[in-house]
Design a protein around this ligand. Structure first.
Ligand SMILES: *[C@@H]1O[C@H](CO)[C@@H](O)[C@H](O)[C@H]1NC(C)=O
Ligand SMILES: *[C@@H]1O[C@H](CO)[C@@H](O)[C@H](O)[C@H]1NC(C)=O
Ligand SMILES: *[C@@H]1O[C@H](CO)[C@@H](O)[C@H](O)[C@H]1NC(C)=O
Ligand SMILES: *[C@@H]1O[C@H](CO)[C@@H](O)[C@H](O)[C@H]1NC(C)=O
Ligand SMILES: *[C@@H]1O[C@H](CO)[C@@H](O)[C@H](O)[C@H]1NC(C)=O
Ligand SMILES: *[C@@H]1O[C@H](CO)[C@@H](O)[C@H](O)[C@H]1NC(C)=O
Ligand SMILES: *[C@@H]1O[C@H](CO)[C@@H](O)[C@H](O)[C@H]1NC(C)=O
Length: 731
C-alpha cells in the first residue's frame, strides 16, 4: 500500500467549480451522512430524493447505498455538483471514490506465543472479518475439520459461486466480493476467490489452522499457523488488480458491522488524509467502534519518512512492521572466483552453472528508444532481448525483475543505493547489493573480457538484531492529531510465511510458473493480521471487552523495543512489540467508549452540530468538553508535540479499570530521561479493592525541549502486571 492521490479537499472543489468544463470531469463521489437512520426511514428513498432535490433537471442514480451500519451513498458527480451536495442538509462530507493499495509460522513463536498456549473455549465463537483480495478456500490453512457450525450471532452470507467453484465451510463462514462499478479486469475473478494471494496470506496469518510441513520450498519450513486457529474467518473482498476503492471498502464495512464480526483486519490504506471524516477507512472504523468492533489496520509501507503513517484514527489500532530473526542471504560467485553475499529470496538452483554477465547499461533496447543511461535500470522492455538472453544482468535498481525476466535473462544482480533491510522474491535468480558490493561487481564486468557468474540458492540466516522496525514501515507522528501517537504497535511483517492462492505465482509476476501453497512476503499488510489474531485471542477470553479495551490490552503489554536502530523510537514501533500471551491478562485497561471519542472530536475542533449529524443524536453536545484537550482521551499512550525552546506544562487525564486481581496495589514506575523535562504522576499509587473498579490519575509534563524527541514510559506495576505506556515529547 503505497500512497497515492486521494482526497480533493472541499476548498479545492470550490475553486474548481468555477471551471466551465467541470461537467466533463464526472467521477464517482461518496456522500457520507453519519450514523444509520432510525428505523422507519428508508435510506435509499432518502438518497434518491436528495438527488432529485439537488438536480431537478437531470436524473442521477445512486450507485451504491450504505444503510445497515451507517448512512451514505455513491453517485457520479462533477466537482460543482459535489460541492452542491456537500452543502446539503444531513451531509457530513463528499469525497471522491479514492483508490487504496494493499499494503509458520515462525513469527508467532518469535512473539513468544507457542502452539501449546492456553486457549479459551470461546475462541471458535470469535469472527475475524478479513478485508482483502479474497481467499483460497481449499488451502489446508482453512480446513474446517473438527470445527462446529458458525456461532449463532453470525448473520452474514457466503457468495457461493459455481463458476469459480467457490464455497464456504465452518472455518470460512462468510465471503463476499465488492466492486460497485462492476469493472473486473484479468486476472481478477468475479468471486470471493483470491487470484492474488494477499488475502489468503493475511487470513491465514490471523486465523489459519495448524499445517505441518508447510514452507516455501526449503524455506521457512515448519508448522504454519494463525494466531487463533479455531476462530472463524469472514471474507470481504475489496481489493482488485487496480486497487481497493473507497466505495467498496464502505460497502464491506456496512455489511461486516451488521453481519456480526468481532474484529476487522484491513491491510489497506494510502492517500493524503486531512480529515478523519473524509477518509473511508476512518469513517468506517468509527462506526465499527460504535458497534463494539475493533478495526486493526496496517500503518503503511511508505516509511521511513516522517508522518507517512496511514490509518491513524484513535478508534482503530495501527500496526507497524518489524523483523523476525529470519533473514535470507544469496551468494554470487564471479568468474574471478570471488564470492559476494547479497539479499533476496532465491528459490532457484542454478547448480553452480556459470553464465555470461552483462551490464544493463550495455544492453539498451534501442528500437524501443532506450539508451545506456535508461536501460541500466532494467525496467520492462528497456533491455535488448538478443543481448541479455541467457545472461546474468547487472541492474542499477532493484525493481521487480520483470525487465530482465521478460527479456529472457538467466538471472540478475542489482546494485542500488536504496538497498535496505529486506528483499522480495523475484521471477528469476536474483541477488541484490548495495553500492559498495555492487560497484565491485560492476568493475569486474567492465574490466573482464568474458565476465561470468553464478547465483546460489538463498540460505536462511539468523538476524540477531531482531526485532526492529523495517525501513518501509510507515512512521508517525499522526498527521491530524500529533498528540495521539501512531503507529500504535509493532508486529512481524518481514519474511512471513503463510498460505497462498493457486492462481498467483509466488513472485506475483506473470510468467513465473512457481505456484506454491505457501509463500513468504513482507509488508505492514503482514504485521496487521498478527495483531488481528492477537486481538481475537484477547476477545476469546474477554468477550465483553470494548474495542478500546482490547487495543489497550495489546498496547500496554507490548514488549519494549530499542531505539538503537529505530531512532524515531515510538514513531516507528508505537508501544512496542506485540505480546499476545500477556495481552490476555493486562492487569489494567485504558478503556473508552463512543462518548469519549465524541469528546475527543469536540476537542479536535468538530462542532456540536457536526457531531449530532454524525451520531444522529441531538443530545450530543460539546459544551462540557471545552475544559480539556485531545490529550485527555483515555488513550494507552502519551504524546506531546511542542515547539523548540517553548516552556510548557501539559496535563493528561486518564482512568484505568482493574481487570487483574480484585485487591491490587499498583505503583507508578516512571522511566524518563532526566533533562529539561519534569514528569509527575498524580497519584502515583492506585489501590483497587474490586474488579472493574476505575481509578483516575493524571500525568503532568512540564519544561522545555532542547532536542527533537524524548521518550520514556510510565509503568503501573502490581508485582504481577506491568502496564506500560510510552511517553513521547517531540518537536
Ligand atoms: C471444485 O471443488 C471440488 C471440491 O474441492 C473439487 O473436487 C472439484 O474438482 C472442483 N472443480 C473445479 C472445476 O475446480
Ligand atoms: C577459480 O577456481 C577454479 C577451481 O578452483 C580454478 O580452476 C580457476 O582457475 C579459478 N579461476 C581464477 C580466475 O582464479
Ligand atoms: C557449488 O558451489 C558451492 C559453493 O562454492 C559448493 O559448496 C558446492 O559443493 C558446489 N556444488 C557442486 C555440485 O559443485
Ligand atoms: C524492444 O522493446 C519492444 C517493445 O517492448 C519489443 O517489442 C522488442 O522486441 C524489443 N526489442 C528487443 C531487441 O528486445
Ligand atoms: C569501463 O571501462 C572503460 C575502459 O576501461 C572505461 O573507459 C569506462 O569509463 C568504464 N566505465 C565506467 C562506467 O567506469
Ligand atoms: C435534530 O436536530 C435537527 C436540527 O435542529 C433536526 O432537523 C432533526 O430532525 C433533529 N433530529 C432528531 C432525531 O430529533
Ligand atoms: C476545568 O479545569 C480546571 C483545571 O484543570 C479544573 O480546576 C476545573 O475544575 C475544571 N472544570 C470543570 C467544569 O471540569
Amino acid at each position: 500500500m503505497k500512497g497515492g492521490k486521494y482526497l480533493l479537499p472541499l476548498f479545492l472543489l470550490a475553486l474548481l467549480a468555477a471551471d466551465a468544463n467541470a461537467n466533463a470531469n464526472r467521477k464517482s463521489y461518496i456522500v457520507y451522512m453519519g450514523d444509520r437512520l432510525h428505523d422507519g426511514v428508508s435510506p435509499s428513498l432518502l438518497h434518491t430524493t436528495m438527488l432529485q432535490d439537488a438536480f431537478r433537471s437531470e436524473s442521477k442514480s445512486v450507485l451504491c447505498s450504505y444503510q445497515k451500519s451507517f448512512n451514505g451513498f455513491v453517485v457520479d458527480l462533477n466537482e460543482e455538483e459535489a460541492q452542491k451536495m456537500a452543502g446539503m442538509d444531513g451531509v457530513i462530507s463528499v469525497f471522491p471514490n479514492g483508490k487504496r493499495k494493499l499494503h509458520t509460522t515462525k513469527s508467532w513463536d518469535f512473539l513468544g506465543f507457542p502452539q501449546q498456549v492456553e486457549r479459551a473455549a470461546m475462541e471458535s465463537d470469535v469472527i475475524i472479518g478479513v478485508f482483502d483480495t479474497g481467499i483460497w478456500p481449499e488451502s489446508q490453512s482453512f480446513d474446517d475439520k473438527g470445527i462446529g457450525p458458525p456461532p449463532t450471532k453470525w448473520k452474514g452470507s457466503c457468495q457461493v459461486d459455481p463458476s469459480t467453484n467457490f464455497t464456504c465451510n465452518n472455518k470460512i463462514i462468510g465471503a463476499k466480493y465488492y466492486r460497485s462499478d462492476g469493472m473486473i479486469f484479468s486476472p481478477d475473478i468475479k468471486s470471493p476467490r483470491d487470484s492474488d494471494g494477499h488475502g489468503t496470506h493475511t487470513a491465514s496469518t490471523a486465523a489459519g489452522r495448524l499445517v505441518k510441513g508447510a514452507g516455501l520450498y526449503d524455506f521457512g519450513s515448519g508448522t504454519a499457523r494463525g494466531g487463533v486457529p479455531s476462530a472463524r474467518i469472514a471474507v470481504y473482498k475489496i481489493c482488485w488488480v487496480d486497487g481497493c476503492y473507497d466505495a467498496d471498502i464502505l460497502a464491506a464495512f456496512d455489511d461486516a458491522i451488521s453481519d456480526g464480526v468481532d474484529i476487522i483486519s484491513i491491510s489497506v490504506g494510502g492517500g493524503v488524509i486531512n480529515d478523519y471524516f473524509e477518509d473511508a477507512i476512518s469513517i468506517a472504523a468509527f462506526h465499527a467502534m460504535k458497534n463494539g468492533i475493533l478495526t486493526v489496520s496496517s500503518a503503511g509501507n511508505d516509511g521511513p519518512g516522517r508522518s507517512t503513517v496511514s490509518n491513524f484514527s484513535p478508534w482503530s489500532i495501527s500496526v507497524a512492521a518489524s523483523t523476525i530473526d529470519r533473514k535470507f542471504s544469496t551468494k554470487v560467485q564471479l568468474g574471478d572466483n570471488t564470492t559476494h553475499e547479497g539479499l533476496s529470496i532465491n528459490t532457484f538452483d542454478l547448480k553452480n552453472k556459470t553464465y555470461p554477465m552483462i551490464y544493463g547499461g550495455d544492453a539498451p533496447n534501442t528500437t524501443a528508444g532506450y539508451t545506456s543511461s535508461s536501460s541500466r535500470f532494467c525496467s520492462l522492455s528497456s533491455l535488448d532481448r538478443d543481448l541479455v538472453k541467457g545472461k546474468i544482468v547487472l541492474c542499477d535498481r532493484i525493481g521487480t525483475g520483470r525487465g530482465p525476466f521478460s527479456a529472457g535473462a538467466a538471472g540478475t544482480v542489482t546494485r542500488d543505493q536504496d538497498q535496505t533491510d529486506f528483499t522480495d522474491l523475484f521471477p528469476l535468480p536474483t541477488s541484490c547489493f548495495n553500492l559498495v558490493d555492487g560497484n565491485t561487481i560492476y568493475r569486474y564486468i567492465n574490466l573482464t573480457s568474458t565476465p561470468t557468474a553464478t547465483i546460489f540458492k538463498s540460505t536462511e540466516v539468523i538476524d540477531s538484531l531482531a526485532p526492529y522496525v523495517v525501513s518501509f514501515s510507515s512512521r508517525g507522528p499522526n498527521p491530524i492529531t500529533p498528540d495521539i501517537i501512531k503507529p500504535d504497535i509493532s508486529a512481524p511483517g518481514v519474511y512471513i510465511l503463510a498460505a497462498w492462492s493457486q492462481l498467483s505465482p509466488i513472485s506475483s509476476i506473470e510468467g513465473d510458473d512457481r505456484l506454491r501453497t505457501y509463500n513468504i512476503i513482507s509488508g505492514t499488510s503482514m504485521s496487521c493480521p498478527h495483531v488481528s489474531g492477537a486481538a481475537a485471542y484477547v476477545k476469546s477470553f474477554h468477550p465483553t471487552w470494548s474495542p478500546a479495551a482490547i487495543q489497550s490490552a495489546l498496547m500496554t503489554t507490548a514488549s519494549l523495543m530499542s531505539s538503537r536502530i529505530n531512532l524515531e523510537a515510538e514513531f516507528a514501533y508505537g508501544s512496542g512489540h506485540l505480546n499476545p500471551l500477556k495481552a490476555s491478562d493486562p492487569g489494567l485497561l485504558y478503556d473508552a467508549d463512543k462518548s469519549d471519542y465524541i469528546t475527543f472530536l469536540c476537542r479536535q475542533g468538530y462542532a456540536t452540530r457536526f457531531l449530532q449529524l454524525l451520531t444522529k443524536d441531538n443530545s450530543t453536545t460539546c459544551l462540557e468538553s471545552t475544559n480539556g484537550t485531545v490529550s485527555d482521551l483515555n488513550y494507552p499512550s502519551f504524546g506531546l508535540s511542542t515547539s523548540p525552546s517553548k516552556t510548557f506544562s501539559r496535563s493528561f487525564k486518564r482512568t484505568v479499570t482493574n481487570v487483574g486481581f480484585p485487591l491490587a496495589i499498583y505503583r507508578a514506575n516512571l522511566n524518563f530521561p532526566t533533562g529539561g523535562l519534569k514528569v509527575r504522576i498524580n497519584p502515583d499509587v492506585l489501590v483497587f479493592t474490586s474488579l472493574g473498579q476505575k481509578l483516575p490519575f493524571e500525568v503532568v509534563i512540564e519544561g522545555t525541549m532542547d532536542g527533537s524527541l524524548v521518550s520514556g514510559s510510565l509503568v503501573w506495576d502490581d508485582g504481577e502486571h506491568q502496564v506500560r505506556s510510552p511517553i513521547v515529547v517531540f518537536i
